[in-house]
Write a protein that binds this ligand. Structure first.
Ligand code: IMP
Ligand code: MG
Length: 176
């Protein structure tokens, strides 16, 4: 691993305040409905738990894990389902919760696949968005923060599986 340190980008207070706002907005938008929140493991898990606690309409949760097929297929954005959902989403109001949207490849594939399963509605909520990096257009319904093109960690996001547990968002600064 390259020599590096983590520099704070969004403090714990700032992140928590924004998650509360998102929770209020989502609760308003889904008034009278029930939300099936889908977390994309592992990165989305910290955000989904905090967000779910701030939502006042009935919520159920499910998890899914995906990985990109290696090599040249990465450009096609084809992802392999490592762990599928436990429950059917047909007829449900589904909210996919992600940690970050970068190129958009993973999410555009995933959203299309979920749409094929016939949910009543399908929306996307991401904690972070790096719009400058977008290769494939993805419709994002709720965004926590738009951030510049930096490699970030914390709140579920990792660098080589580390730093997911940081309660704030930091950026990696390399020292060599
Ligand atoms: P993409 O939008 O298909 O390019 O993939 C987004 C995925 O790449 C995210 O779900 C993260 O797992 C990972 N990723 C992208 N940018 C970062 C970052 O700055 N820090 C940590 N993981 C990232
Ligand atoms: Mg992810």
């Amino acid at each position: 691993m390259r020599k590096h340190h983590v520099k704070e980008m969004l403090t714990e207070d700032v992140v928590n305040k924004r998650i509360r706002e998102l929770g209020e907005k989502i609760s308003e938008d889904y008034a009278g409905q029930e939300i099936r929140m889908i977390c994309v493991l592992k990165g989305g898990s910290f955000f989904m738990c905090e967000l779910a606690k701030r939502i006042s309409v009935p919520v159920s949760i499910d998890f899914m894990s995906v990985s990109s097929y290696g090599g040249d297929t990465k450009s096609s954005g084809v992802v392999k389902i490592v762990k599928d959902l436990d429950e059917s989403i047909t007829g449900k109001d589904v909210l996919v919760v992600e940690d970050i949207i970068d190129s958009g490849r993973t999410l555009s594939y995933l959203m299309a696949m979920l749409r094929d399963r016939g949910p009543k509605s399908l929306k996307l909520c991401t904690l972070l968005d790096k719009p400058d990096r977008r290769v494939i257009d993805v419709k994002v319904d709720y965004t926590g923060f738009e951030i510049p093109d930096e490699f970030v960690v914390g709140y579920g996001l990792d660098y080589d599986q580390l730093y997911r547990n940081l309660p704030y968002i930091g950026m990696i600064e390399f020292e060599d």
